[in-house]
Design a protein around this ligand. Sequence first.
Ligand code: 2AM
Length: 484
Amino acid sequence: MSAPTADIALIGLAVMGQNLILNMNDHGFVVCAYNRTTSKVDAFLANEAKGTKVIGAHSIQEMVGKLKKPRRVMMLVKAGGAVDAFIEQLLPHLEKGDIIIDGGNSEYTDSERRCKSLAEKGLLFVGSGVSGGEDGARYGPSLMPGGSTAAWPHIKEIFQGISAKVGTDPCCDWVGDGGAGHYVKMVHNGIEYGDMQLCCEAYSLMKGVLGMGNEEMSKVFGEWNKGELDSFLIEITTDILKFKDESGEYLLEKIRDTAGQKGTGKWTAISALDQGMPVTLIGEAVFARCLSSLKGERIEASKHLPGPAAVKFDGDKAEFVEHIRKALYASKIVSYAQGFMLLREAAKQFNWNLNYGGIALMWRGGCIIRSRFLGNIKEAFDKDANLTNLLLDDFFKKAITDCQDSWRKVVSASVLRGVPTPAFSTALAFYDGYRSEVVPANLIQAQRDYFGAHTYELLANPGTFHHTNWTGHGGNVSSSTYNA
Ligand code: 2AM
């Protein structure tokens, strides 16, 4: 058998896998391609990979035999059982120090588990978020690798070579131990849900309140994309709004208003609940998709449930559009602040040493949420790596202050007119809650103690718990001493 020549193997020849291979090839790496259905290997070599240095294999054994050591095997297969099945198949052929990388959309809990169990066998595991869709995979994705830290020096050159760049900085860095890479990818996707919902609410207000046409809305998004909202999602919204189908009509207006979802937004919201972190905007974005999919019920309800009387907008349209832009920007700042709050809490729980500026840079280019704004977030963490909350950074503090009048006007107008803006509204409610020294939770504590003897602390003496016999009957025993 000839000497091994491949720098890395890639299992899974769906479009993401194929494009990553071609990207690696462009950067001078020799890739060995493999797929469960091996006819796809031949088809790939004969077509997309023709004329490249890519080689193929028809079995795991053959594939492993073609790899230089330590062997690097990357999987881009369906998340879940397929990943475990391939790990099982790989095990007999690998040796200590070899590296298995999962680039699929795996749950971080699975990556955490796989990392541990492979470490027991002396193998290194990397769970990497890959974002940017097909184009990103081909020309520069955002890569978020985490797992066994000892693997990083062996994959760094390939990963940072093929990733997107901002200037010369790669949108890829080591995230942390265990499932950290997939966790960060999950939060990225949650934030993506939020950003998309914010675009929807701006569109809905322009269309529903201001009566703007598609061409006009597209122009506004195009203008926004030149300023502080400059981002991939604003850019594609500009295109989508003005896109016409074969019949010359706007396609967007014909698309059924029921949003699909694959679960990563939901996972982020679940994790936020688990961590006790108020990641409200992503939560609302997930629920807004759920509500959208109740189309049948909404059609029925629309016939029965009245809203406010219709009010014609008679203000200054351009001025209100600017209010919407500022409402969107302020809400977006809150959403990212919440996302980073979640990352910080998860890092505490899982003992990850996360580099928040590095994460902002990984998201700055290549991925769906890429934006100029992430550059500002990176700068905030560069200034202060231990920043407790993005909202407290000078740049963002000023931005929110500049936006808040507009933000309040937009939320009030939408409430008065019965136009739902769950993300704008929840972001504002969070902002007002977060900046409040006092919130009404004293009443909750009193109620809990009243009906369940759950005890409360006094403002004057935190740390000491009291129970009051509120009704004069029922005794003085608090719930810590009995289970009601
Ligand atoms: P296939 O071409 O043999 O179906 C995306 O679906 C990728 O994941 C494809 O490469 C696909 O392989 C692979 N895949 C999906 N389910 C799989 C499974 N249960 N076992 C192995 N590979 C799987």
